[in-house]
Design a protein around this ligand. Structure first.
Ligand SMILES: [Zn+2]
Length: 348
């Protein structure tokens, strides 16, 4: 019996209530980090490109009019992929800089709000505790809550990201080892992060991915005075946080490897459990990939995987309707992540 858990932003929100949801990122950052020059660059861009007028000063008014974070990221990514400026006043180089600033904004905001994990942290531990080597967690989040829970439960060297990780840093920069040597003979637990992760450091020169443990390594990349560098070749690391727009071209297929593995595991799954994921209209690639995988699984094995949707307690019927239209018969549980783990998985 293999289960694939697909975690959306709601799963982070359940264990870290102060963590922002995607559509709050821009207003929150523009309000609370307004003095940060890199975030100012992003807010100037948003106000010019999207609003054509100055930004309101408070988050609530901004919330009503600002574009979604994914839309802004996708717009910039498309320029990078097509090698095309956004306009005469936004040449490609400026677009690339803006994209870096936007990733910095995400990392900065998540670091501030996830610094201390809050009361329901043990819920994530409960979920990972129940995992067998046949199960897999697919996360659409950049934060490293599940990574840390897995590392604590099974040991950091047994977290398998579904792609080749070269170095695992205990503590950047001095303490690291090669994970492939470390986990021989021990079955890994799989965590596939389709949009990248805050603790992934990509060296464009070595074309290799290194990971920092229990540390949001991506912020190291943005340290202006001393940006993190690859310990093998000394090139500056890049963050690996992406939108599906960039998938084909980014990072020499490392992320593509993760997506392929995710699809393959969903195809083989007996059960697919969505937790805190709204199946948003914008997530075309993800929805198509999951649907294709469940269909192929059904054709190849002669039975449909069961689909369970764990929505927040007291949620309306909108998400349920979206899931039913895409997957047909589903088990819909508007009981929240915490109750799901307690009542259905038996975690504490
Ligand atoms: Zn390198």
């Amino acid at each position: 019996m293999s289960t694939v858990y697909i975690l959306g932003a709601g799963a982070t929100k359940a264990v870290a209530p102060r963590a922002p949801l995607m559509n709050n990122f821009l207003p929150l950052a523009f309000e609370s980090l307004a003095n940060d020059p890199r975030i100012q660059k992003v807010s100037e861009f948003v106000s010019d490109f999207y609003l054509g007028s100055p930004l309101p000063s408070d988050a609530q008014s901004m919330q009503a009019i600002l574009p979604r974070l994914e839309d802004v990221l996708s717009q910039l990514d498309l320029c990078v992929v097509q090698n095309r400026p956004l306009s005469a006043n936004y040449p490609l180089q400026k677009v690339q800089k803006l994209r870096e600033d936007l990733v910095y904004l995400i990392a900065r905001l998540l670091k501030d709000t996830l610094e201390q994990l809050e009361r329901d942290w043990h819920i994530t531990r409960g979920l990972v505790h129940s995992l067998t080597e046949e199960d897999v967690i697919i996360s659409l989040n950049y934060d490293i809550i599940v990574d840390n829970a897995l590392a604590q439960e099974f040991g950091p060297q047994r977290v398998n990201y579904g792609m080749d990780v070269r170095l695992l840093y205990h503590e950047y920069p001095n303490s690291y080892y090669e994970p492939t040597r470390a986990h021989q003979g021990e079955l890994p637990r799989d965590l596939y992060k389709l949009h990248g992760s805050l603790n992934w450091l990509y060296c464009p020169n070595c074309q290799a991915l290194d990971v920092t443990l229990a540390e949001k390594g991506t912020l190291l990349v943005f340290n202006e005075k001393r940006p993190a560098t690859c310990q093998i070749c000394q090139s500056p690391y890049q963050a690996l946080i992406i939108t599906p727009t960039l998938l084909k071209d980014y990072a020499n297929g490392l992320l593509l490897q993760v997506w392929r593995n995710a699809e393959e595991r969903i195809t083989r799954a007996d059960r697919v459990v969505f937790i805190g994921y709204s199946l948003a209209d914008a997530d075309v690639e993800i929805k198509c990939m999951i649907k294709r995988a469940t269909y192929n699984g059904w054709r190849q094995r002669g039975r449909r995987p069961t689909v369970t949707v764990v929505d927040r307690e007291g949620a309306g019927t909108e998400a349920e309707e979206r899931y039913r239209r895409l997957f047909g018969e589903i088990e819909y549980l508007p009981i929240g992540f915490t109750r799901y783990v307690r009542e259905r998985i038996g975690g504490t």
